[in-house]
Design a protein around this ligand. Structure first.
Ligand code: ZN
Length: 349
């Protein structure tokens, strides 16, 4: 077991004194953003492969299945939002089916959990030769109860080379070495095969770095750029898109020229995390104490301190909503106007 000291994707060094990474302290751990590929990573230890799969069990739902509540807390997304995510996964699979040439494609869903996606895929696309892997036995049993063909195994341990389409959702960010895991997935495919990936986008998820407890279980936070870098390093040519808080990719084997390093993107992402944490803190204070004069003075200072338009607008909307709930309707209107205008006039708070 050793602590991760450099970017887990592109291996840019990022020691405490390195200039290669933006570092910001959070609780007892540092959150690092790779200057080159914008991968977000935590000083976590490298677990055994089986434990990366196991982390889905004790780590709770994927980051993309959380939502921000009115009081600033981060909770489980609604069943409707989760259904929409399953639909987005099916859409991604459809993309791979269109690209492939097999009449009756063989599909292997890696880490299928309780089989919700695989059984939805079986219903939507008739004629698929569908199998799944799930090492966590209670989930495996649930998936089998849905009538699925599930083997209790990890991708790294099964024989490969025979599958048209490999699908994997909400697993990649549990690996301290995502590139090695992608290589293991690529090995399962036929030479002409496709890989369909879905993983939480750390910059689009509710609370971004919240809930903090997820960090230990999901040691890597992926952005569009870092997902591409990981696929490229694994010898995969990826078409990537975002659907709400989820990054999707359809990949095939191919040599791709790595993207140039992200100038300023890492620092902007670190700033977005920091400002979002501050905004959530203020939102919780307003929920607890109501829109008192003192709380609104703090809000005014916080708003003037915002350095990104995105955080500024979100903060103003939070304050407007708190004012409305607290019956201060005129102030609510003023704060809504600030959100629209994108700046704070001097006569408020
Ligand atoms: Zn990197």
């Amino acid at each position: 077991m050793s602590a991760v000291q450099s970017c887990p994707i592109c291996h840019q060094p990022s020691g405490a004194t390195s200039t290669h990474a933006s570092t910001m302290p959070l609780e007892d751990m540092s959150v690092r953003v790779c200057e080159s590929c914008t991968c977000v990573f935590f000083g976590a230890t490298v677990p055994r492969l089986e434990d990366c799969y196991r982390a889905r069990v004790w780590g709770g739902p994927p980051r993309a299945e959380f939502a921000e509540r009115e009081d600033g807390s981060i909770g489980r997304a609604t069943p409707a939002a989760r259904s929409a995510r399953t639909a987005a996964k099916l859409h991604a699979l459809r993309g791979a089916l269109r690209r492939g040439s097999a009449l009756s494609a063989s599909v292997l869903d890696v880490g299928c959990r309780d089989g919700v996606f695989a059984s939805a895929a079986r219903e939507r696309f008739r004629g698929l030769e569908l199998a799944a892997l799930e090492p966590w036995l209670p989930w495996r049993d649930e998936a089998v109860a849905r009538g699925l063909n599930v083997t209790a195994a990890i991708a790294e341990s099964v024989e490969g080379g025979s599958v048209d389409i490999v699908t994997e959702f909400d697993l990649l960010d549990h690996f301290a070495d995502p590139v090695a895991h992608l290589q293991a997935l690529a090995r399962l495919m036929k030479p002409s095969g496709h890989l369909v990936l879905g993983v939480s986008s750390i910059e689009r998820c509710a609370g971004m770095l919240h809930p903090h407890r997820l960090r230990r279980d999901a040691p890597v936070g992926l952005t569009r750029r870092s997902l591409r870098a990981a696929c490229t390093a694994a010898g995969l040519d990826a078409q990537i898109w975002e659907d709400g808080p989820t990054l999707f990719a359809v990949c095939e084997r191919g040599e791709v020229t790595p993207e140039a390093p992200a100038a300023g993107e890492a620092a902007a992402l670190a700033l977005a995390f920091e400002e979002n944490d501050g905004r959530l803190h203020l939102k919780r204070v307003l929920a607890q104490h109501g829109p008192t004069d003192a709380a609104l003075r703090v809000a005014g200072v916080a708003a003037r301190g915002c350095r990104t338009p995105r955080c500024y607008a979100a903060l103003c909307w939070d304050v407007a909503a708190a004012c409305e709930r607290g019956g201060r309707v005129e102030l609510a209107a003023q704060w809504s106007a600030h959100a629209d205008e994108g700046r704070l006039s001097q006569n408020v708070a």
